[in-house]
Ligand binder design. Structure first.
Ligand code: ATP
Ligand code: ATP
Ligand code: MG
Ligand code: MG
Length: 854
């Protein structure tokens, strides 16, 4: 949150009368915030002594979420270069709730500053709204357990935005879950389990004990069915019901049977009639072929205290904060239905009866948690033969995760001996009763699911290579993707011009932020992710991943300064170092040894370091290699990788088209970085070589990046250089153009600072023999002509007699330059619109697009 304190900019909290008191009154629980003093009450102490409002708002935003049961703890507040304006960062669990909490915190503090208080009713409303967000965004309890377990194991996860699908892991290594079904759960197993009759038949034919029963479609057949199962007591249930809906058990008379039949018919067309087996109800959970938990489910009931009526006891039970609606909480509130009254009647009770002390009164016949039952863990008690049986049952049905309902008087004895039966097998079983049983040991069943999906944390990810720097990101990303393609892997990559998977464009656009990265990481076909990671995306919403395998930082130079509260080049370096820092400890930060700001990032990362350098005598790199490190360097015309005592010569730069025959030194640097990043990911030398020698910075592959056109008697070059550092880089190539005149068509985006234009002018005078100054069509808020004047000012500072012309319209300027180009000259165009510039050049009859120089 970017926060303008306005009239409170100069006023710490101790100077606002009544603020401390008002804040404590509104949110007494802020007492629990430690803050810098490091003890309870620490934060409030700071408020009393005087702290700035941004800091207070940060803590209030965290506390509001805490009070709405969305715990959040991390926060930082920092001033910006603009007086009174702060950047406030705070954690959230749910994005919408986080945004809301930020606004509510501002309202709350504003109100206390103005009036000394924040009305209770408003706070209540805020908290209610926050709880609503939490509820909307909440995952079900079983899903939540699996996701938490994945997090604990370092496995990334994301929601896929439909059908409650959750993805665990990245790219081709990812798996999906939906509640407790996984992408390995077979549809045949699920459909079989949903059909209770078919399940029973198949189990019976495997010699597995199931209730004796039959299916009927008409009331006329009921009598015969009852006789078939051996008479009362019986059970009647819908053929394809769940959560205990429409089931009546322990039916002892024709009247009960008739009304039970009607109840079942309301849920399903066909009705199961079964023998009633006396016993306790157990849920046996099998994951990946193994029994991982057993719970006994006890139907909803109340226990007498000798004073209260049953209705009062129910109310008291339902007041338990652990009980919620549906599957919200660990337990569900008790609700009475038709069978409840039957049960009461049989026990000779009504809702108004006072229950004697300790007498148990059952209120539901079936033990489903969703009807108010409770669970008792019995995992340690199940008999080994029953384990064997359960595991076999699940194989017979064919499910990777299944919950089996077993009725037996004693789960610690073989079912054979107790006349126990397997009543049904459930696909997508709930985990609540195992994770949080009312009695007994909680079982980490979600852990078993995650272990089934991924052998280890590594198995959940595909390599991520993240590339940042002021210049050369797109080129290096593309080259790196091209090198990885030599390994036959499917490469997903994002760049300034679009998102690509394999050979195809997925989406055009400036896709260098976390959303585009997410698209790649979410894609089940992607085996390697190469992500151009630009400043803007990081500032807006960070990275799409917690850590990468390789973080490449090419350079840090002045560009975009003054935007997004990044005002100095050091701040920019700090920002870009995020890419080097967010690398797994066993991964690599690939750093430019020739750029001191980049080289210094080695201090900040826990990852391994790999340096690249254009200077074969770089002391830093020599020392690094001495210590056993790995590095890439440009030596004797070669791109080489050094590791320990070995030098791997990868390729002569002359054979690397991207370097334009070695004439574009900055491209050599990019090639070094890409080769090194691939090398530390174990791509072999031959494949790196193949990548380097076949990658062409053609118009189609890298539009606007050093695209050289042969127009017969002269050449034209289009490049999108747009900051002093990249002009220098371009200059190093232009200076190598010795056959004829060098003409520049120069200008830059209007949102750059004045001094940047002046610098551009100086460099242009230095690089070119003459220039045409132009401006972008979109001046980005700058007055027309002002950028051109600044460029001219720069030119005059270095070469007062320099030949120039000012043609503000870009099309006219380009045409003028091309028309007047003498033989053997080079026209260098820095266009606003790359496409338009390419069209203008092509209109003059390109002999050859000549990016490759050999
Ligand atoms: P859920 O899917 O939530 O487990 P459901 O609606 O699918 O429930 P069943 O599992 O078939 O229904 O039955 C619910 C409960 O009723 C069983 O767990 C068991 O306690 C009891 N029950 C069902 N059939 C019998 C039977 N033949 N004999 C004894 N008890 C039974
Ligand atoms: P953007 O921020 O616009 O996405 P980028 O970092 O992706 O830029 P590229 O598109 O690869 O950079 O290159 C842009 C221009 O920067 C090139 O055309 C060239 O002029 C210059 N350039 C490329 N690599 C380097 C480098 N390593 N050092 C300096 N300048 C470079
Ligand atoms: Mg069941
Ligand atoms: Mg780019």
């Amino acid at each position: 949150m970017r926060l303008d304190l306005e009239n409170l900019a100069e006023t710490p909290s101790n100077e606002i009368p009544g603020f401390y008191e008002g804040l404590v009154e509104a949110l007494p629980s802020l007492e629990s915030h430690h803050c810098s003093p490091g003890c309870r009450g620490g934060f409030l102490m700071r408020v009393k002594e005087g702290t700035m409002m941004g800091h207070i708002i940060e803590h209030v935003a965290l506390e509001l979420q805490e009070l709405a049961s969305m715990p959040a703890a991390f926060g930082r507040t920092r001033e910006t270069a603009t007086p009174g304006v702060y950047q406030v960062v705070f954690e959230y669990e749910n994005e919408e709730a986080g945004r809301y909490a930020g606004r509510a915190a501002v309202r709350l503090c504003q109100s206390i500053a103005d009036r000394g208080r924040y009305p209770k009713a408003e706070l209540e409303q805020d908290l209610q709204d926050l709880r609503d967000f939490a509820k909307e965004g909440a995952l079900g309890p079983s899903t939540e357990a699996i996701v938490k377990e994945a997090e604990k194991k370092g496995i990334p996860w994301m929601t896929l935005g439909a059908r409650f699908l959750i993805q665990l892991g990245y790219g081709a290594a990812s798996k999906r879950i939906q509640a407790t079904m996984t992408n390995n759960t077979g549809i045949l197993g699920v459909e079989l389990a949903c059909d209770k009759e078919a399940t029973k038949r198949i189990l019976a034919s495997s010699g597995i004990p199931v209730p004796k029963g039959t299916v009927i479609n008409f009331l006329d057949d009921l009598q015969e069915a009852i006789e078939f199962v051996g008479g009362y007591p019986i059970v009647i249930k819908p053929l394809d019901g769940n959560h205990g809906r429409g089931i009546t058990i322990d039916i002892r008379s024709w009247d009960e049977a008739e009304s039970a039949y009607d109840a079942a018919r309301q849920v399903s067309r066909a009705v199961i009639v079964e023998k009633y087996y006396v016993g306790r109800d157990h849920r046996v959970l099998v994951v990946d072929g193994k029994v991982v938990a057993v719970a006994e489910r006890v139907p909803a009931h109340v226990v007498g205290d000798g004073k209260s009526t049953i209705s009062e006891l129910i109310e008291e039970t339902n007041n338990d904060p652990n009980r919620g609606e549906g599957h919200d909480k660990v337990l569900t509130k008790i609700e009475l239905d038709r069978t409840s009254y039957q049960l009461l009647e049989r026990q000779g009770l009504t809702l108004n009866s006072v229950l004697p002390k300790d007498r148990i009164c059952y209120l539901r016949a079936t033990a489903n948690l969703s009807t108010g039952g409770i669970a008792v863990d019995r995992t340690d008690e199940i008999h080994p033969e029953n384990i064997w049986l359960a595991q076999r049952v699940v194989r017979v049905i064919g499910l990777d995760i299944a919950g089996m309902d077993v009725v037996t008087s004693d789960i610690s004895r073989p079912l054979r001996e107790t006349d126990g039966v397997i009543v049904e097998v459930n696909a997508a079983p709930g985990f609540r009763m195992h994770i949080a049983p009312s009695h007994g040991t909680p079982r980490n069943v979600a852990g078993a699911v995650v272990d089934m999906l991924f052998k280890n944390e590594q198995a959940s990810r595909v390599p991520i290579l993240s590339v940042t720097g002021t210049n050369g990101k797109t080129t290096t990303t593309r080259l790196l993707a091209h090198i990885f393609r030599q390994t036959s892997k499917v490469v997903g990559y994002t760049t300034t011009d679009g998102t690509y998977i394999g050979d195809y464009l997925v989406e055009a656009g400036d896709n260098t932020g976390p959303q585009s990265a997410q698209l790649i990481l979410q894609d089940p076909t992607v085996e390697v992710a190469v992500l151009e990671t630009a400043r803007g995306g990081i500032l807006r919403s960070g990275l799409a991943f917690e850590a990468s395998n390789v973080g490449v930082v090419l350079n840090v130079a002045a560009d975009h300064l003054g935007l997004g509260d990044i005002d100095t080049i050091d701040q920019l370096g700090h920002l870009k170092s995020v890419v080097a820092e967010a690398v797994y400890p066993d991964g690599y930060a690939v750093l430019n040894a020739d750029d001191p700001r980049v080289a210094a990032m080695a201090e900040k990362t826990k990852a391994n370091i790999a340096y690249f350098t254009m200077k074969s005598d770089s002391q830093l790199v020599r020392d690094h290699i001495q210590k056993g490190g790995v590095a890439a360097l440009y030596e004797n015309g070669y791109i080489s990788i050094l590791k320990g005592d070995w030098t791997h010569r990868i390729e002569k730069v002359e054979n690397i088209p991207l370097t334009m025959g070695g004439r574009a030194p900055f491209m050599i640097a990019n090639a070094l970085a890409a080769s090194l990043a691939a090398f530390v990911q174990n791509v072999n030398i031959e494949q790196i070589r193949a990548g380097l020698t076949t990658f062409r910075a053609s118009v189609s592959q890298t539009p606007g990046r050093m695209n050289l056109f042969n127009l017969g008697n002269y050449h034209a070059l289009i490049d999108y250089a747009h900051n002093p550092h990249s002009y220098e880089a371009l200059g190093s190539f232009v200076r190598n153009w010795t056959t004829g005149q060098r003409i520049g068509v120069v200008g830059g985006p209007g949102d750059r600072r004045d001094e940047d234009f002046v610098m551009l002018g100086k460099l242009a005078a230095d690089i070119f023999d003459r220039v045409i100054i132009k401006e972008d069509d979109d001046t980005r808020g700058r007055q027309r002509g002002s950028a051109a004047e600044l460029i001219l000012k720069g030119i005059k500072q270095v070469k007062p007699n320099f030949t120039y012309e000012t043609i503000l319209d870009e099309t006219q300027a380009i045409n003028k330059a091309l028309e007047g180009a003498p033989d053997n000259s080079l026209v260098v165009i820095l266009p606003e619109s790359v496409n338009r510039a390419i069209q203008l050049i092509k209109a003059r009859g390109v002999v050859k697009e000549e990016t490759q120089q050999t």
